[in-house]
Design a protein around this ligand. Structure first.
Ligand code: GDP
Length: 459
């Protein structure tokens, strides 16, 4: 690294930018890459596959948000895996897998998944867990179930993994950090008492359910401590050192832009944006140099919320069955996903909020059965055509404006060069690239690790 001293020369340009941590400034050539892999849609875009693929040239892969409520499906030389908590880099023995502070950490689920991966022949992954990650408590899962029951038909469609109650408690400052497992017994018991007093009032008077015993909760936390102890570390400090040593780092997002609680409220409880990657891993915002935004060639979604380009009936079922690797069914829950045509309005918004430097366009192969492929290019709201993603109240009223593109009617799996794709397939990709306004540099034409077409992607 070259030291230019402080204050930085602010003159932007490839030679001098970006200024970097700790009073150092490095040249573009020396730039160390932190790449974020995030979704532009509603999740299930194939981030796991892209992460698994890029992990080959990476040292560290970090999960920075979300919990065990969604999953990545990965197919590689060890077999097929549904990962809910472990980063998708666990399959290489040269990588370190990290659970960042922003994750909703379900300790038994993490350990179960670790054991499962190992039992399927994967070498024991190098795993680190942030001491600042907070813990999903057994009562978070109960509260999630009880609240869904209480809301009955008006529920949000939670996966009941305790994620919403977990994040509520985190921001209400009554969550438990991993580091707190190592507190003095009396101090920890005191905190448990305080938190459970509040929880038990709700259990008794709102939900009419059995109360929670503080001693039992303490014992559970001691079991969690034993399980997690070998992996706990100061992740932010570890990453600071790793960056200074020139390591390649991947941040792996869960879900997608259209589930972000700020930008499309009510669908998940933690930010799904690359920007949050810095917070949820303990990095600086300017550390993230590349935002690989995964965009799916058609739409699918789970849970409640407006879904303008949604399709129904036989048309939806056909796409659902053909979709992804083995149909569009939840990796965690198995429930059928809602299906729709590609939505340019939502995906452009999705890419913009992620700050896409690259678009990885996935599952293009699945569309090979269609004579014509409808694409949603605008929303009609109260008689007006809208191209920019509106607020939720307006979104509820939106009707899709569809444009139909010709299909290519053949199997494109196995193709490795962009030019070898059928002309109509290239036209579809290029039409969408133009609508998005962000470069499609990767095209994924199959679930496997090497089923990828490079289109100007800089590794
Ligand atoms: P993630 O949460 O974004 O990682 O997405 P999921 O794992 O839930 O869903 C993606 C599904 O699509 C998985 O079953 C993948 O194996 C599969 N997949 C990923 N890329 C492709 C692709 O290019 N073609 C096909 N057919 N399947 C893909």
């Amino acid at each position: 690294m070259t030291e230019y001293g402080y204050p930085f020369n602010q003159k932007a340009g490839r030679d001098l930018f970006p200024q970097r941590r700790g009073g150092f400034q490095i040249s573009w050539e020396e730039l160390i890459m932190v790449k974020a892999i995030v979704g532009a849609n509603w999740g299930d875009e194939g981030k796991g596959k892209i992460t698994d693929m890029l992990a080959e040239n990476s040292d560290i892969i970090i999960r920075f948000q979300g919990g065990a409520n969604a999953g990545h499906t990965i197919i590689n030389n060890y077999g097929k895996f549904a990962l809910h908590t472990l980063p998708s880099g666990v399959f290489y023995d040269h990588t370190t897998s990290i659970i960042g502070n922003g994750v909703a950490l379900n300790i038994p689920v993490l350990i179960k998944e670790l054991n499962q991966v190992v039992s399927q022949g994967v070498p024991m992954p190098k795993l680190l867990v942030s001491e600042r990650a907070q813990i999903v408590m057994p009562y978070h899962i109960l509260f999630d179930q009880y609240e869904e029951e209480r809301l009955a038909g008006k529920s949000f469609g939670s996966t009941k993994s305790g994620i919403a109650p977990f994040y509520s408690d985190k921001y209400a400052k009554i969550g438990f950090q991993v580091s707190e497992l190592f507190m003095e017994e009396a101090e920890l018991k005191d905190k448990i008492e305080r938190v459970l007093t509040q929880k038990n009032v709700l259990l008794e008077h709102l939900y009419h359910k059995p109360l929670i015993d503080p001693e039992e909760t303490y014992q559970t936390l001691m079991e969690y401590k034993e399980m997690i102890s070998p992996y706990v570390c100061d992740v932010s400090l570890y990453l600071d050192k790793a960056i200074k040593e020139g390591k390649n780092i991947l941040l792996e997002g869960q879900l997608g832009t259209l589930k972000d609680p700020d930008h499309y409220p009510m669908v998940t409880s933690s930010s799904t944006l690359a920007a949050y990657g810095a917070i949820g891993a303990g990095l600086a915002p300017y550390d993230i140099q590349k935002v690989i935004t995964v965009v799916k060639a058609y739409s699918s979604a789970v849970g409640a919320g407006a879904f303008v380009s949604e399709i129904f009936g036989d048309e939806a079922q056909e796409l659902r069955i053909r979709g992804g690797d083995k149909g569009e069914f939840g990796a965690t829950t198995g429930r059928p996903r809602r299906m729709g045509w590609f939505d340019c309005v939502a995906s452009r918004y999705g890419c913009r909020l992620q700050g896409a430097t690259d678009v990885a366009f996935t599952v293009v192969d699945v569309l090979g059965y269609l004579d014509e492929i409808p694409v949603c290019v605008g929303y009609e709201i109260d008689g007006e055509i809208v191209k920019d993603f509106p607020v939720t109240a307006k979104l509820e009223k939106a009707k899709p404006v569809l444009k139909t593109l010709p299909g290519w009617k053949c199997d494109i799996r196995g193709i490795r060069n962009y030019e070898d794709l059928p002309a109509n397939c290239r036209s579809y990709i290029e039409f969408i690239e133009k609508e998005l306004g962000y470069p499609i540099t990767l095209v994924s034409n199959g679930p496997g690790r090497d089923e990828i077409i490079y289109r100007g992607f800089e590794k």
